[in-house]
Design a protein around this ligand. Structure first.
Ligand SMILES: [Zn+2]
Length: 313
């Protein structure tokens, strides 16, 4: 019996304690007059209870109503006190390095999604500004950045190679889709892409590579000139829309197999890929042509080359 009584008493005490806690955990907003939980109030280190007298909702309302003015004012304040603010925040950061680091890490860990969302929105809203800034930064620090990249690359060569291999493997679909889409919508891109592949294949077949250098740097014309050249040889029905599969192809008037070259610097490589040796040809004609060469044709072509080279040199 006695035991039960004490139990009852402590229950009442607990209840009292709870309501006391409840009272402490709430606060009346000075603006809207509502009694709200203290989590509904922002902190303010200058007040007695360490909280603002207005609730978050009222604060938000005020902010929304006076947004432009507030931003303008704080911008002005910042401009007027720039040096002082910077100095203060630097000092603060120095004095609270460890604490700050811990806090930031903790915050990051707990707010991953929120941060990503904010970052994304900021990036989208400030796209041009960011691009401009990073361009400026790059221009100002070019040598330093390049040096750092080189050093980083040298120190992490194997890892980078492994990573990019992995990345290529994982993003093959994405990349292929990008190339496919861009090739459909942009004829110049399709031409450059295909052309680069062709040149690369040609060099590879002869046991060399273009050593990461753009194929255009080996040749005496630009992609635009190649495009104009091919266009000037279009036969009826040829357009940039039907360039490629089931349409017309880039054809070597004298087949590649005729030439012998071991590097892109070889004269025969340049013959092979000179504008004089390139023409648009319907796929079906291309298939019929085969890699056989008519001596008569060859002779005529050699003459054209000699004239061409004489004109160039
Ligand atoms: Zn309020």
């Amino acid at each position: 019996m006695g035991k039960r009584k004490t139990n009852k008493k402590s229950k009442i005490d607990a209840h009292k304690e709870d309501s006391l806690k409840e009272a402490v955990r709430t606060k009346k907003c000075s603006k809207c007059g509502e009694v709200k939980e203290i989590s509904e109030f922002n902190k303010n280190k200058y007040t007695k209870d360490g909280l603002r007298c207005q609730c978050r909702d009222c604060g938000k309302e005020y902010y929304e109503a006076n947004k432009e003015q507030i931003i303008e004012r704080s911008k002005e304040y910042y401009e007027d006190n720039k040096e002082q603010i910077k100095e203060r925040s630097k000092k603060y950061q120095e004095n609270n390095k460890e604490k700050r680091k811990e806090y930031i890490e903790e915050y990051r860990k707990n707010n991953k999604e929120k941060i990503a969302k904010t970052q994304k929105r900021y990036d989208e809203d400030n796209k041009e500004h960011i691009q401009q800034k990073s361009k400026e930064y790059y221009e100002d620090n070019k040598e330093h950045i390049q040096q750092r990249h080189r050093e980083y690359y040298e120190d992490n060569k194997e890892q980078i190679k492994e990573q990019s291999k992995e990345y290529c493997k994982n993003n093959k679909e994405k990349r292929n889709k990008y190339y496919r889409d861009r090739c459909v919508s942009d004829p110049a891109f399709r031409l450059r892409h295909n052309f680069s592949c062709l040149v690369w294949q040609a060099l590879k077949a002869n046991g060399t590579s273009k050593r990461g250098i753009s194929c255009m740097s080996f040749l005496s014309y630009t992609i635009e000139q190649l495009k104009d050249h091919l266009e000037s040889l279009f036969t009826e029905g040829m357009t940039w829309e039907n360039y490629g599969k089931n349409g017309w192809h880039l054809d070597h008037i004298i087949p590649q197999s005729f030439f012998i070259f071991v590097s892109a610097d070889d004269v025969e490589f340049r013959y092979c890929w000179s504008l004089f040796n390139l023409q648009p040809l319907w796929e079906k004609d291309n298939r019929e042509k085969d890699n056989k060469l008519m001596p008569k044709h060859l002779k005529r072509q050699s003459q054209i080359w000699e004239q061409h080279l004489a004109a160039v040199h």
